[in-house]
Design a protein around this ligand. Structure first.
Ligand SMILES: Cc1ncc(COP(=O)(O)O)c(C=O)c1O
Ligand SMILES: [Zn+2]
Length: 411
């Protein structure tokens, strides 16, 4: 049995077919390319997967790396899918679960795309990877490139989370800040790659394999539920790689016959400060217009102009899903609520999903019987500035105040 069932690359816009064993960016028509597999030749069943190590390479037949020796891994994948019973009760969605990507190397789900993208790039002989980033992807690709012995070039907005810079620098990336947004970083990277032989532009959806890493979130959700799909999956959407990847994974699982029934309704969550996909969805459009002056504390979803807009919208329409915009104020309150009620310090992008669930329950789009999975795409530790603690400072000679009245009760 082959390690990977990868067959070819497919253009979802013009239908062109491309050789998967050549280095590719986008299709000549400008669309992202999608990896396709000989699913009928996969030759394994969920039972075979059950005994494999708990990382995303357990699905290697459905991933693009052709030989096990080319896998570059830091142990990524199989993050917990944990129930949120207290929060669920408060929101009126008792079957609420969170896929917690805060526990993966580098602290965000970007490690999945980086592990698979870097492994496949190395396998195809790419010498160096280059990308614009809102911070987290740059950090992830830098460390995986380091592990692969590959160079990396990263350009990020000056406003991206500072810790991600440190991670890039520590891993030896060639790092630049731009006084602008991710699109400005993208232009600088594209121009640099054109001048640097051996460098590949691995921007979101400008190479075909990052999405394959991210689709493993969908594979894991199905496996962790006992090869069953939830009713709804809620995802913080920037460039949309995660939601497109999850949709792709679920369709592959249906085709393999490993799951049955309807697909979960997919929900794309954005900030009211940058909501191009929400606006397009509400207009019933198949593509999104760029969002002017984007701004949100959920920095990872500050993507005003996504290359895969039509694929995100297709995933929403095809699954009977929806798109929701939430305010920074509401998501920051929910970031605290999750920590207080469930003991998990999640990132603002993940918190946006919780706020979306709150709104969708209030509007009646969600009911009490829905089983809902929210994606927490990263740890809150990357964004310490989002939760100012206002901690009192005591003099060494001072004392801790008495317990406030009414608070001495078991928790
Ligand atoms: C923490 C976090 N969540 C969500 C996203 C959005 O990711 P996607 O490109 O899959 O929409 C990002 C992207 O930077 C991110 O860093
Ligand atoms: Zn095409």
């Amino acid at each position: 049995m082959r390690y990977s069932a990868l067959s070819h690359l497919d253009c979802p816009r013009c239908g062109a077919r491309h050789d998967a064993d050549q280095v590719h960016g986008t299709c000549s028509c400008g669309s992202p390319l999608l990896a396709r597999y000989d699913l009928h030749q996969v030759g394994i069943s969920p039972r075979d997967i059950a005994g494999r190590p708990p990382d995303l390479w357990r699905y290697h037949e459905l991933l693009p790396v052709r030989t096990a020796g080319h896998v570059v891994s830091l142990g990524e994948g199989m993050t917990p899918l944990i129930p949120l019973p207290r929060l669920g009760r408060e929101l009126g969605v008792p079957n609420l679960l969170m896929k917690d990507e805060g526990l993966i190397p580098t602290g965000t789900f970007k490690a999945r795309g980086a592990a698979v993208g870097v492994s496949r790039a190395a396998e195809l002989g790419v010498a160096a990877v280059a990308m614009p980033t809102n911070g987290n992807a740059g950090a992830a690709w830098s460390v995986y490139a380091a592990r692969a012995g590959m160079r990396s070039l990263v350009v990020m907005p000056a406003a991206a989370p500072a810790i991600t810079r440190a991670e890039c620098a520590a891993a030896g990336a060639e790092l630049y800040l731009v006084d602008g947004l991710i699109g400005d970083a993208g232009k600088l990277v594209a121009a640099a790659v054109a001048r640097r032989p051996g460098y590949q532009d691995t921007s979101t959806l400008r190479e075909p394999y990052r999405i394959e890493g991210k689709k493993t979130m969908g594979l894991e959700i199905a496996e962790q539920l006992g090869w069953r799909l939830p009713g709804v999956i809620v995802y913080p959407t920037g460039g949309g790689v995660g939601i497109i990847g999850i949709y792709k994974a679920l369709r592959e699982l249906l085709e393999l016959g490993w799951v049955s029934g309807g697909l979960p309704r997919l929900v794309a969550v954005q900030s009211t400060g940058c909501a191009p996909i929400v606006r397009a969805f509400q207009a019933g459009a198949t593509a999104a217009e760029p969002w002017p002056d984007p701004e949100t504390v959920a920095f990872g979803i500050t993507v005003p102009n996504a290359l895969g807009d039509f694929l995100i919208l297709e995933a929403l329409y095809a699954t009977g899903g929806t798109a929701v915009a939430v305010t920074d104020e509401a998501l920051l309150a929910d970031q605290r609520a999750v920590a207080r009620l469930e003991g998990s310090f999640i990132c603002p992008e993940g918190a946006a999903c919780v706020t979306a669930v709150r709104q969708l329950r209030e509007s009646g789009w969600l009911s009490t019987s829905d089983e809902v999975v929210v994606l927490n795409t990263g740890t809150g530790l990357i964004y310490p500035h989002t939760v100012p603690s206002g901690t009192p400072v005591l003099a060494p000679s001072g004392s801790v105040p008495p317990v406030p009245a009414g608070e001495l009760r078991p928790v």
